[in-house]
Design a protein around this ligand. Structure first.
Ligand SMILES: Nc1ncnc2c1ncn2[C@@H]1O[C@H](COP(=O)(O)OP(=O)(O)OP(=O)(O)O)[C@@H](O)[C@H]1O
Ligand SMILES: [Mg+2]
Length: 351
């Protein structure tokens, strides 16, 4: 029996694989491209942008698609500016950076190609000098914005208004795309300098997840490796798309001829969703529910939870509470079971 023979292209299931098309995100990518396209001609972008949304909703993928497409896009219908020649782009994941010097070092390396270890401000000046000399504008994508340990207010103020630092930087054009899964906190001065438009990436429906996964299976597996029914099952059971892709990859690795139900079950038992990522992105109400259930010495009924919500100023209905609890359960953060009391009651607890 050949090993891994089900795969046509294993990279299709890599977490950072970027497909040729991002289904259901065409509109968002077009909005981003239009917003930043004036930079191709040396104008400021229409706006800076802040993308937010739940984990695995395609935020990073859409930003990378923008960076892939923007430099070769037809420039907008505006008069060309003298001495201005295109845009350089720089993508940085802040979860992988600890200090401002590291951040500035990476921007400098991306923009000028120079490597080395040094100090923050001289590095940024090198970047600005390069932009001045080449006439290029710079689009910076800061992904996982909330993961950076320091506040970035001063950095953003410098990056977006370099002329406040040195007069000779007056003509430099910069733009920023921030990405976060929770709320971004900035001081009011930076907020007004940045004045970002906010673009929410809504969670995919199960049907949308199914379409995306089906497309990946066609690209990644050989013909007839998996049935549509099983792809739908993965779409329904997985906590999110990233989890679903990891499950499919695992199942493809353990099956020999065709992926069957038992391979999917085995994959779900082995591959867990990234709970910490989801927990960080919970709403205030969901965080409140989770901490209430966690800190309770005994399971709590839905009715008791509703009462706690009301006591703490969350004026919600039992239906809305049920939806939030179901979401926490689908993320594997809480569990529930039905018990016989006065009628059937659902109780909630943490394992
Ligand atoms: N519309 C889509 N079409 C195809 N693949 C997608 C789509 N949206 C997301 N994916 C895939 O799902 C996975 C997660 O997407 P991505 O990394 O962009 O999520 P994210 O919103 O940045 O999540 P996080 O907030 O956790 O960083 C990636 O493998 C990505 O390629
Ligand atoms: Mg991301």
């Amino acid at each position: 029996m050949q090993q891994l023979s089900l795969f046509r292209d294993l990279t299709v299931f890599d977490p950072d694989y970027l497909p040729d098309n991002l289904l259901f995100r065409e509109r968002e990518i077009e909005v981003l491209a239009r917003t930043f396209s004036p930079m191709l001609l040396g104008y400021r972008p229409l706006n800076n942008v802040y993308i937010y949304g739940l984990p695995a909703t395609g935020k990073t993928a859409a930003a990378r698609m923008l960076l892939r497409k923007l430099p070769s896009r037809d420039p907008p219908d505006l008069p060309e500016k003298k001495g201005k020649r295109g845009v350089v782009t720089c993508y940085i994941n802040l979860a992988a950076k600890r200090t401002l010097a590291q951040l500035a070092g990476e921007i400098r390396q991306e923009v000028t190609g120079d490597e080395g270890i040094g100090r923050y401000l001289p590095y940024m000046e090198k970047v600005f000098e390069h932009l001045r000399n080449t006439g290029k504008s710079l689009l910076l994508v800061l992904d996982d914005f909330n993961a950076f340990p320091e506040r970035l207010d001063d950095f953003l103020q410098l990056f977006l208004r370099p002329e406040e630092h040195k007069k000779k930087y007056t003509d430099i054009v910069t733009g920023v795309l921030l990405i976060a899964s929770g709320e971004v906190v900035l001081n009011s001065r930076v907020r007004s300098t940045l004045s970002p438009v906010e673009l929410e990436f809504k969670d995919y429906t199960v049907e949308q997840k199914f379409e995306i996964l089906k497309m990946r299976c066609i690209q990644g597996f050989g013909r007839h490796a998996i049935s549509e029914k099983l792809v739908m099952e993965v779409a329904e059971r997985a906590a999110d798309l990233r989890h679903a892709l990891a499950v499919l990859r695992y199942a493809g690795g353990v099956a020999d001829v065709k992926i069957r139900k038992e391979h999917i079950d085995e994959a779900f038992a082995a591959v867990k969703a990234d709970k910490a990522r989801h927990e960080a992105a919970l709403s205030e109400l969901e965080k409140f529910l989770l901490s209430t259930i966690r800190s309770s010495p005994r399971p709590l009924s839905s009715g008791e939870l509703l009462a706690r919500c009301h006591e703490n100023g969350h004026n919600i209905t039992i239906q809305w509470l049920g939806k939030r609890l179901e979401r926490l359960q689908s993320l594997g953060l809480v569990s529930s079971r039905l018990v016989n009391g006065r009628g059937r009651t659902r109780i909630w607890y943490c394992e």
